[in-house]
Design a protein around this ligand. Structure first.
Ligand code: FAD
Length: 414
């Protein structure tokens, strides 16, 4: 059993496997420690099992999906970015396909192929040892340097460099339960409080069973605070669960509002079902429809303006006498119909938990990590990479690129 190595990598996720491989290619002896029975559990379920490994957007656009801290990544991306990542997998026999939104997937549609490329390469290196079912409990230090790790069973392993790659807290069943935060706090790092992100938003309203499970396409979602200030606005697809809004648009919104919700704020979500039609034009259309179908029941006519699954929700939002005929609908009522089509309103009280969050927001303060090498500014010989860092991005392949690029940076420097 290996009791010392040049480099100990803690965590066999996307970032840890990449760091281990990069260090091994430089001739370092590498010990990869993974608490689960297999590394890469999360990687294998990414992108609904298809793994959206990166995005071909140019650097500037890419960084906009990361947010205000994205400049931290400029150096790492400068050396290993989307093109290098794609080349990396293609050279290892994994053909890739660019899909809608510049998202990159393995052409096979199997996340497993991405995992296999990494694990086979690691296994092919005689200077790499992988220990599974091996949970690290503590970082060992000597003076101001990391000098190894201690396992849950008390065993100590010495190392010249320790790379922390234990991920965030999301999807804890994959092994990412936030262990790294406590270990890094213990050696002096600041942990920006974490919240679940890319996660459904819980609402106060109980949605009608007909609407639950329905996906509304081409809608606009706006989320505002109690004073009416707009926090998020986006266009796309969202869906409804019994007590929550979900789908791509809602996940994006959650990145902006999760922290506020976890601080106890209540927010308001507005859904515009007709974002492409201006009020005036929509009003004209309503007038035409009311005139042309005067004897039709309002209840029945709602389907002229929205998918059938949305009708019960619309009626829940707007209390009207739906037994009326269209010629009986007053100007005020028409105005209210229009307002509800352009903005059904929901009270957002919380997010779902880490079990359903694609990423964790918060983590190791970026000011305490050197952006070029991912080296800790608190302890020399300690490196921190991947989702453990206070970095997160939109859906679209951005998060895995962060994991891979920070992994390469640490692997090149440890
Ligand atoms: C369902 C889902 C789908 C996703 N899809 C995509 C996608 O398509 N595209 C994209 O860009 N991003 C996606 N993401 C996000 C992306 O998977 C993560 O951002 C990325 O995996 C983070 O990599 P990581 O190496 O930092 O951490 P992780 O992949 O979480 O790996 C951390 C590893 O460390 C191990 N570990 C933890 N504690 C210890 C310990 N004490 N000792 C030893 N080992 C430990 C864990 O078991 C785990 O294997 C998805 C996330 C989820 C949950």
């Amino acid at each position: 059993m290996v009791s010392h190595a040049d480099v100990v990598v803690v965590g066999g996720g996307a970032s840890g496997m990449m760091a281990a491989l990069t260090a091994a290619e430089r001739g370092r002896s590498v010990l990869l420690l993974e608490r689960m029975d297999q590394p890469g559990r999360k990687l294998r379920i990414t992108g609904k099992g298809r793994c959206n490994l990166t995005n071909t957007a140019p650097l500037r656009d890419f960084l906009m999906h990361v947010g205000s801290d994205s400049r931290f990544l400029r150096n790492a991306f400068g050396r290993f970015f989307n093109e290098e990542l794609m080349q990396f997998f293609e050279q290892r026999g994994v053909p890739l396909t660019v899909e809608r939104g510049l998202r990159v997937f393995p052409s096979s549609g199997k996340a497993q192929d991405i995992f296999m490329a990494l694990i086979l390469d690691l296994e092919a290196h005689s200077n790499v040892t992988i220990r599974k079912g091996c949970r690290v409990k503590r970082i060992l230090t000597a003076e101001s340097s990391a000098c190894g790790v201690e396992l849950e069973n008390g065993e100590q392993i010495a190392a010249h460099s320790v790379v922390m790659a234990t991920g965030g807290r999301s999807y804890p069943l994959t092994g990412s339960t936030g262990d790294g935060y406590a270990m890094l706090r213990e050696v002096g790092h600041t942990i920006v409080p974490t919240v679940p992100s890319l996660v459904p938003l819980i609402i106060d309203e109980n949605l009608p069973s007909e609407t639950v499970g329905f996906t509304l396409k081409n809608a606009t979602l706006r989320v505002c605070d109690a004073s009416g200030r707009k926090l998020y606005e986006g266009f796309g697809e969202l869906s409804f669960e019994e007590d929550a809004l979900c789908g791509p648009l809602v996940l994006s919104a959650s990145r902006v509002v999760s922290r506020l919700l976890h601080a106890g704020q209540t927010l308001t979500a507005h859904i515009d079902m007709k974002p492409a039609i201006e009020d005036k034009t929509l009003d004209k259309r309503l007038i035409n429809d009311l005139n042309a179908n005067g004897n039709r029941l309002l209840d029945d006519a709602l389907r002229l303006w929205m998918p059938a699954e949305m009708v019960p929700l619309f009626k829940q939002q707007l209390k009207l006498d739906y037994t009326k005929k269209l010629h009986q609908v007053s100007g005020v009522e028409r105005r209210r119909l229009l307002q509800t089509l352009k903005g059904s309103t929901f009270t957002v009280t919380a997010t779902r938990g880490y079990e359903e969050a694609i990423v964790t927001q918060g983590g190791v303060a970026l000011s305490e990590v050197e952006p070029k090498s991912m080296r800790s500014r608190k302890l020399s010989s300690l490196y921190i990479i991947g989702e453990l860092l206070d970095l997160d991005a939109d859906t679209g392949g951005y998060n895995l690129q962060i994991a891979f690029s920070t992994g390469v940076a640490a692997g090149q420097n440890c």
